[in-house]
Design a protein around this ligand. Structure first.
Ligand code: SF4
Length: 132
């Protein structure tokens, strides 16, 4: 799917937002982007030019390793909507040497947890048959 800067598809008047457009890290960013895209839809109906929609999400893979330094990892903090981009430097033994990019101690704690004891939530569906 091709999108222009206003997130309009190749079909005039049809816009895309959220993970349809690109992967987002926080639903808060989806809401901000959707509001901007809705404004563009209104502009389209009024016959005025849509505005470019900024990318609100960081689009960082949580496990991203900085290519030039295998001892450095960058990932967004997901504790609050600020989405601070955290950087964790590891020493030669793989221990945390430095954490930066956080704006508060909760972000530092999140970075430490992501490196030492990452938590994930796995959702799924199970088909159930009732025997009656
Ligand atoms: S570091 Fe603090 S301010 Fe930044 S996203 Fe995490 S919790 Fe929010």
């Amino acid at each position: 799917m091709e999108l222009d800067a206003g997130l309009q598809t190749s079909i005039p008047g049809i816009f895309a937002t959220g993970n349809v457009a690109y992967v987002h890290d926080l639903v808060d960013n989806v809401v901000r982007e959707a509001a901007a895209v809705a404004g563009n839809a209104v502009s389209f109906l009024q016959g005025t030019a849509p505005q470019a929609v900024p990318r609100f999400s960081l689009q960082k893979d949580p496990a991203e390793t900085v290519a030039s330094d295998p001892h450095t990892q960058r990932f967004p903090c997901v504790v609050c909507p600020n989405s601070c981009l955290l950087t964790v430097h590891l020493d030669a033994a793989g221990q945390i040497a430095e954490i930066s990019g956080h704006r508060c101690r909760r972000g530092k704690a999140f970075a430490r947890q992501e490196i030492l004891d990452p938590h994930r939530t796995l959702t799924g569906n199970i088909a159930v048959k009732f025997l009656n």
